[in-house]
Unconditional design. Sequence first.
Length: 253
Amino acid sequence: MTRPVAFLSDFGFSVYVGVVKGVILSLCPGARIVDLTHMVTPFAVREGAWYLLSSYSYFPEGTIFLAVVDPGVGGPRQPLAIRTQRYYFVGPDNGLLFPAAEEDGIEEVFALHRHLGASRTFEARDVFAPAVARLARGELLTSLGRPTTIETRLRFHRRGREGEVVVIDSFGNIITNLHPLPGANCYRLRSATGVEITLPYYSTYPEAPKEELFLTTGSAGTLEIALREGRAADLLPLSPGTIVELVATNLLP
């Protein structure tokens, strides 16, 4: 049985998604490909890295994650294939793969061969997709390239109760990488950009009054700012990468 493939990119609804999947299926007709998402904001490597980090563990062991958010395509960055304790990750060496791969435990890292004639603007098709197909067929990483080390090691900011906005999702929720505190029902938010606001905490959306910003625990297990049946991101000037502090006010001495 072939290994399953999960595909994440910033390609949106473009033809590029179908072409990459076509290459994989041409080389591995039995491949099972899941579209994780192709709606990553174009060029937003940190956003793609967060979606990959918060999603990969829900897939069966042996899944190959093809992740392509690659503003440096064709440049000096390496095309990588990584084997971790339970999974494989294929994509550019720009930080996109690193948080998920590091969390699962990196075992092997290889720089993929670029064959003569490969497009320098569409390496997802000509470099990554063939490597994914070969891994799906059961080939070893040693047949795909040469051993290397990861050069770009993206990490999300986290120090105590200080973290960052990692994603604005399609519902306008402002997602952070900070975990909730047991018993906290109110938090003070301060951002590096000057935003300061006190936010109540509700465990579900129906608990929150309409038209009131609040905090809840999202599906990734971290705090996110939400607005019931509305877009919190339209009301607060917080963008991905903004440093934020979230302190539970009802737990202060």
